[in-house]
Design a protein around this ligand. Structure first.
Ligand code: GLN
Length: 196
């Protein structure tokens, strides 16, 4: 139906889901927190926020969300993961804790906390060609990096040293950093464009 607002869920088990809800609502989306499996059936796309992937993993399994989310990803639902959310979307996670699982879907290898304690958090301007000429101001907080980009995925942005920090694979999008914190809504717009 023309003009129907897109219904976007934000996984709200843990992390900075409120910031994502705010950005998505400002863009006109019907954005809602998602905590229960049946809520997945009501959304056109899902955002997995930043936070702590080890906790998000445990809670999603405890609340019976992990398998339904994996099924939604396998079924082609657009999903955008930021930071811990990117970790949850990665097929392989390095420097995970014992028994840590991800939902998977993105054909990438990510490494948790890749910048170490010396450079826990930092900000930089990134070229993101798919979003236009204006660089994206990116905030990294105990961020993962993408160590390997598999054949099915592609890099959308790299740091000056070539480290991949944004990736895409069809309906899936992942960033090491937090666009929900900077007032630049272009990544969220780009994601909404995947909802058709
Ligand atoms: N270090 C966190 C993790 O491993 C991610 C940090 C974040 O989402 N800002 O899940």
């Amino acid at each position: 139906m023309a003009g129907r607002p897109r219904t976007v869920g934000v996984l709200a088990l843990q992390g900075d889901f409120r910031e994502h809800l705010k950005v998505l609502r400002a863009l006109g989306a019907d954005a809602r927190p998602v905590r229960r499996p049946q809520e997945l059936a009501e959304i056109d796309g899902l955002v997995i926020p930043g936070g702590e992937s080890t906790v998000m993993d445990k809670l999603s399994r405890a609340f019976g969300m992990a398998e339904p989310i994996k099924a939604a990803i396998a079924g082609g639902m657009p999903v955008y993961g930021t930071c811990a959310g990117l970790i949850m979307l990665a097929n392989t996670v390095r420097d995970s804790i014992d028994g840590q699982q991800s939902f998977g879907g993105l054909d990438v290898v990510v490494r948790r906390n890749a910048f170490g304690t010396q450079l826990d958090s930092f900000e930089t301007d990134l070229d993101v060609p798919v979003l236009g000429d204006e660089p994206v101001h990116a905030v990294f907080i105990r961020a993962p990096i993408v160590d390997e980009v598999g054949n099915a995925a592609r890099s959308l942005a790299e740091l000056d040293d070539g480290t991949v920090v944004a990736v895409e694979q069809g309906p899936l999008l992942g960033t090491s950093f937090h666009p929900e914190m900077t007032g630049d809504d272009r990544f969220h717009r780009y994601f909404l464009g995947k909802l058709g």
